[in-house]
Design a binder for this molecule. Sequence first.
Ligand code: C2E
Ligand code: MG
Ligand code: MG
Length: 731
Amino acid sequence: MLEHKVNKRTSELSDINQKLERKIEEKSIIESELRDAHERISNALDSLRHHKFALDQHAIVGVADVKGKILYANDQFCAISGFSREELIGNDHRILNSGTHTKEFFREMYRTIASGAVWHGELCNRSKDGNLYWVATTIVPYLNSDRKPTEYISMRTDITARKKAEEDLRVAAVAFDTSDAIMITDSKANIVRVNKAFQKITGYSEEEVLGRNPRFMKSGRHPDDFYSDMWVRIKEIGYWSGDVWDKRKNGEIYPKRMSISAVKNADGAITEYVATFNDNTAQKKAEEEIHSLAFYDPLTSLPNRRLLIDRLRHALKISSRSHQYGALILLDMDKFKSLNDTMGHDYGDLMLIEVAERLQSVVREADTVSRLGGDEFVVLLEDLGAEQDGARNSAAQISEKIRSRLSAPYLLREYLHHSSSSVGVTLFHRDECPMDDLVKQADMAMYQAKESGRNTTRFFDPSMQEAVEHRALLELGLRSAISENQLSLHYQIQVSRDHRALGGEVLLRWNHPDFGMVSPAKFIPIAEESALIIEIGEWVLAGACKQLGTWKRDGKYEKMTLSVNVSAKQFLQKDFVSIITTLINANNISPSSLKLELTEGVALEDVDTVISKMQELSTVGVQLSLDDFGTGYSSLSYLSKLPLHQIKIDQSFIRNQATNSKDSLMIRTIINLASNFKLDVIAEGVETDNQLSFLRQFGCNAYQGYLFGKPVPFDEFENLLNQYGESTSIQ
Ligand code: C2E
Ligand code: MG
Ligand code: MG
């Protein structure tokens, strides 16, 4: 039993001994293999040193076994990977995996090296700190005697910078072909490259534009300084961006948003300009549509309440600065509801469209016609002058025109509709009245118009309403003033330096049956607004010429002149010169005894026609005087062009001469001017001895004014002439 146990123990020991011996043997084999491996690696590296991939000191070299365990890494390998040699050796090479490459990529790589062939390629690895880097890699398998690979030697070059540049290029190439147009020019602004979007937007192919200056695409919509300002900015700060209108190849003009950048080289010199733009047409259109929906009435396309309020606010602001009056006219179509109710909304709409058109045809382009809603419209008038009376008259005239135009029948398809409007007017001046109140005033005035029986116009301010009505009555009365013998002529004497009579000015008087004597300052402007001034003016001229004819026949006052005021409208008549010559011949008078007084307003129309007409009259022998001189647009160039004989210093300067140094200076200036231009000069409105001596002192030698006589009927005038005696000199 003991023996059996000893034997068993002995055999177990011998087994262990045998295993131990085997292990020792194996260990020595492994050791020798490892020694071999190291030797082979050194040999391989040695041989590689002479190999065609000459390893310079920058090469990154690593060795791994067939399973991928890293056996060797040189300093550069450690540096680029960020791992220490201890961290690398013995580790799996997959710790460098970046996840960039596909499985197929690696499979192909292993297939190659496992077959004993050399693999070339570009690998993206991840460093210890997580950054990616690229290496151009050559993997050489080390083969044993059976031509089986036992290790892989990989040699790498850092190509991260090149890869980044390639990537940038690829991004740039993709970016270049975006939907935005890109145009690159050289430093002289000649096109060197354009992208597809450029060709699509402009309609020009690349060949058509290369080498050309982009100015051939200009639309002509921008002034030249738009482009020069743009270039100044690009040169100054290297960048410009803004909205530009350009022209496509097919001639179409389109809006674009454009940016231009200057590209500079290392020395700071501009080498290229890069312009990018897109076609803004659709966006502009959409913006316009949105704007139109927000600010315009879709039915009539007129500005809506919102835009009107905006314009009114603006108008008040402008008026504060310019002191010009404006007016707000609110109108409502009478009995519009019954049209809608009986004929339907279609007809109502047609009528509103027609009303909108008629309103627009009455006002000036700068005025605003808007629809408030329903059948209510508002007209905003601006720039009605700085005088309240004038503004009121203009507003009254325009609202009357509106009322009358809107009362004409409406042809709505087959249906003839009769309608009228009630019109309310209020004036505004500066920001004297808040905006909301103005709209209310116009509204109240419109209601008054409705209450007064519709189809009528009412001013908000009762005194204005009265003035408008008075004016309307004058206008009506003026039409029959001549036939009813209500007009007469008064004469005001004009005297020379030695207080002798030079003649007189003919001044019109109107004896109105209800209002008594009406001043010409009041009724002449009314007559001037209609053709009445022609008839009245001719009546005055005929009266003056008749008087001159009587004197001539009687051999009296041969050197005396009669001055007649002539309105611009009258003077601008085609046959004005022949009317004058006919009167001169018919009354057999000497043409130089007739003097025509014109105001500067005459030459505002068409200077050339006016000058040639004046020359014709001069040739005939008629004298020409410029009335109210100094109050209008008196300019030197104008004065030198007009063939005049006399200028008349306006009475406002004479009135204020003693108290206002500017006015006295003005008088002296006008006298000098007249003398330089070799023109006679006469002062009107002379009332005092002081005024007279001032005028005499500065060389004005003819006078008219209450100091010598007021405008009087002819008999009294003749008495005055006799009293003063005829002057020997002619003025
Ligand atoms: P005007 O041609 O400048 O006439 C001078 C005005 O000054 C006249 O006013 C005259 O009465 C007034 N006047 C003259 N001397 C004095 C004075 O010492 N002191 C003052 N305070 N006033 C003086 P009148 O007659 O009321 O005429 C006003 C304007 O009506 C005229 O200004 C003229 O522009 C226009 N007018 C008058 N008659 C006619 C006419 O037959 N045809 C046209 N187209 N206009 C006329
Ligand atoms: Mg006059
Ligand atoms: Mg005058």
